[in-house]
Design a protein around this ligand. Structure first.
Ligand code: AMP
Ligand code: MG
Length: 419
């Protein structure tokens, strides 16, 4: 008789066995979506020289002290600086240099007046800029270090690299980016009924959909899927296939054969490998037979063959483990509160993880259960972007109830996960 443990306990047991992986360098063009392997520290100030934030005129602000709309001041324009150029001669009071956005402020200037507030006039072959108001020293300067101070911690390791982070990496001239190595996750589908995706249907057979679903879930978790094919329900074959999977991957995920049926060989395979069993029964629906074991510090996850149960088992247990290996700060699926859109009236002693669609409607976050809520259902996964947690021990839940929702499409996750 298997003894069910709580979901939180099962997740803890898995995470406690995790070890942070190694990092490697990739070129900046390849780092999008990877997990940062080291903190990013600013190697310079940004900007690293005083710059003009606008097209306009660099001036000595005090020259405009008496300016008003009745009595504008006129400053002599002694040159022009485009972005990327430097004006080597300084300016004196009552002089101005025409300046473009991003160009370095010339010596002697302490403010920029926007072009829109000025007018150029000519007298005796000289160009002047007319200014109708008093400009304060420091006005419209983009100063050294105003964006980023040299030495400051900008992004912590374990963060997913997004386009903004890539902008920062490029700003500092980082060409090779330290990213966490993607853990290799073996996918092994067990079941004599399974056909390859390209095979025509035969009586009694079904296609191996779990392997492809898991492949995508592994990619979504920033890890590397390693397909290990299909193995039929024979103890020797499953044992050999699991050993092979252990050789080629950091984590082994099997689907099917984990229950108590005549042809369910995963428990016997764990035993034969002298695996340390972390759990083989969890107080949850779907996927109560989800198992995990450790052999030589390697995690073997035995997910149910039922598609929905397989999906949920991956998100709840494998994904946090991968996040821990990747050094991500938040290992658990992010949890939010939302309102249940429809009655869910199935009583159950175990906590349910209902595949749901979370959306924002009329100013409220709502979750709708999708399709049929059974572990063998595959269509309920199509629109699923979340798992709604419905604790057991009730007669069901009414529409309008506030419930906990775990986000499967959220990147960062949240530090607290309870259900
Ligand atoms: P099992 O966990 O082996 O008892 O399988 C439970 C149910 O899931 C059975 O109906 C299997 O046919 C089905 N199943 C098992 N493996 C897969 C798979 N890779 N893809 C789709 N369905 C599967
Ligand atoms: Mg089976």
């Amino acid at each position: 008789m298997r003894k069910p443990i709580k979901v939180e306990e099962a997740i803890e047991r898995v995470i406690n066995r995790s070890m942070e992986g190694e990092w490697e360098y990739v070129q900046i063009e390849k780092c999008f979506g990877r997990i940062l392997g080291k903190d990013i520290i600013a190697t310079t100030d940004v900007p690293w020289f005083d710059r003009s934030p606008y097209d306009g005129y660099a001036i000595f602000a005090e020259s405009t002290q008496s300016a008003s709309s009745q009595q504008p001041v006129q400053l002599e324009v002694i040159g022009t600086i485009g972005a990327g150029s430097v004006y080597n001669d300084g300016i004196l009071p009552n002089q101005a240099v025409k300046i473009m956005t991003g160009a370095a402020i010339p010596k002697g200037a302490n403010a920029v007046v926007m072009k829109e507030l000025t007018k150029e006039v000519k007298h005796n072959g000289k160009v002047y800029v007319e200014i109708k108001r008093n400009i304060s020293p420091g006005e419209n300067l983009s100063r050294i270090g105003e964006d980023v101070k040299k030495g400051s911690l900008l992004v912590e390791k374990g963060t997913m690299i997004n386009p903004g982070i890539i902008a920062i990496l490029a700003t500092f001239g980082f060409n090779h980016i330290p990213v966490m190595k993607r853990p290799r996750v073996a996918i092994l589908a067990t079941g004599s009924e399974l056909l390859e995706v390209y095979q025509p249907l035969e009586p009694g057979k079904i296609r191996n959909s779990n392997a492809y679903m898991l492949q995508a879930q592994i990619l979504r978790a920033h890890a590397k899927p390693v397909g290990c094919g299909i193995v039929n329900d024979s103890f020797e074959n499953v044992l050999a296939a699991v050993k092979n999977a252990m050789d080629v991957a950091d984590i082994v995920v099997t689907t099917g054969g984990v229950s108590v049926g005549d042809y369910d060989y995963i428990p016997a395979v764990y035993e034969s490998l002298r695996a340390e069993l972390l759990f083989d029964k969890i107080a949850m629906r779907p996927g109560s037979v989800t198992s995990a074991a450790v052999v030589d510090n390697k995690l073997l996850f035995g997910l149910s063959g039922n598609p929905s149960a397989c999906y949920v088992g991956f998100e709840l247990f494998v994904r946090p483990y991968i996040r821990a290996m990747l050094g991500q700060k938040h290992r658990y699926l992010k949890k939010i509160r939302a309102e249940l859109a429809a009655d869910f009236l199935k009583p159950n002693p175990f906590t349910r993880f209902v595949r749901t669609k979370l959306s924002y409607q009329n100013g409220k976050l709502i979750v709708e259960p999708i399709g049929k809520d059974k572990s063998n259902i595959v269509s309920s996964l199509i629109d699923s972007n979340s798992l709604t947690v419905l604790p057991g021990g009730t007669r069901g839940y009414r529409a309008g109830t506030e419930v906990d929702v775990l986000l499967t499409e959220d990147e960062e996750g949240a530090p607290i996960w309870q259900c």
